[in-house]
Design a protein around this ligand. Sequence first.
Ligand code: SF4
Length: 487
Amino acid sequence: MEVDVLLTCNSTLMSNYHGKEFLGFGSSAPPNWLPEFLFRFLFFPKMKKINGLPWQAPYGLRKMEAKLIDEGISAIVVDSDDVQKYNARVIGIYVMDAFGWGPSSTTFAGIMKTGEPYLAKYFRKLLESRGYKKLKEKGAKTIVGGPGVWQFRYKPNFLDKYGIDCVFDGEGEVAVDLIKKAIEGKNLPRFYEGNRFPSIEEISTIKRATVNGIVEIGRGCPRHCEFCSVTMRPLRWYPYEKIEEEMKVNESYGVDSCILHAEDVLLYGQKGVIPDEEKVLKLNELAKKHAKYVSWSHASFPAVASNKKLIEKLSEILIDENQKWWGAEMGIETGSPELIKKRMPAKAKPFKPEEYPEIVKEASAVMTDNNLFPACTLITGLPEETEEDVIKTIELIEELKDFKSLIVPLFFVPMGKLKDEEWFRKEKMSDLHKELLIKCMRHDLKWSKKIINEYFHEKNIIIKTLYLLFMKIIEWEGKRWLEKKTI
Ligand code: SF4
């Protein structure tokens, strides 16, 4: 089949992770003692196809597909295994963490024996596939885009080796002219920064289903943490009508879940940092109207703490006979008010940085009471982080022992305003950092088993048993690792 633009990604991204996005973290791990076929089945199973096309695909690819079609360009999202079935002038590849240098991959590499993480391995496999090589021989141009493109600047030889013509950094909608040039066979810049940010009207509505029914409700974040690349983007919220259109698309493809995507779903429709109760309730009612299971991509502790009654009301909307809990990714980042002041001055707002640890504790109690179970992140190794900062984070984690959650420490990777700073690598870990890692591991082992029991529905009984078995093995390995430590 002939198209102008073939859009794809590696197999770790073309998965619905058994309906549980959080399992996608597993693809950042290097190959380990679990056979690859079983690891893949557990953490990034193959996506089902309908008429030869992926049933669901990553949101970024679907957005690009829609924009190109709206611009009169023939574009299609395909599974990486099917690239060989197409002729195309341009291959667009979506990348998240091309070389395994992202925060979760580097943390895994810090605690497991090193090796190329699965997501990097499968990216390379795509570029070494027969289908990709065939298209290159016929002269197709390759453009890579997505949140992981910053990594290519550190590895320019890789571009030559695999025939990558252009690395696009920015929001996909502003890449259309670049793609038109590629279709015409013109030379492309090796690196292209899309410094313009599209307006809401320029952003197309998806035409086919997204992974787990993910639907964007807005872009940008008002908190401006220095280590985050989202900081650079202006804040924009979509109107309900535009959001509902995408929910309907997913519903029409039989996707019965919906993940509301924003950097803080609780701030929907707001310029500031205090949730608008009416808007957030309406948004979640809308999602529940079109999907059985509703989750959020991200939310923040201060937004939860600023209106605790709102979480109770949301629980009444979302929790029903279909869903017993809902999830979100939430950044604790640190327990140190000093570090908050230095690196993330708006993180605690509308509260003061000094109040932040207390805010996290208050919000965690509200979430546990109302069945919001988050996957939380910490950031370790930030520039100018002191021993005192790490101690305060350790103390906070100890106080969160009853918080039903996962807490994942991530190593600092230079991004956002700190892109010129030094990486934090496992060689730089102090005993305090190790103690923090151990505390998180203990917290996660304790809660993982309980969460797995609630994560999977009855029909997933085999998978549920496999995960429980997997947790037993991790527990056993973890105990051995702890015994070797002298902390
Ligand atoms: S709150 Fe999260 S998304 Fe917003 S700037 Fe900070 S790290 Fe980035």
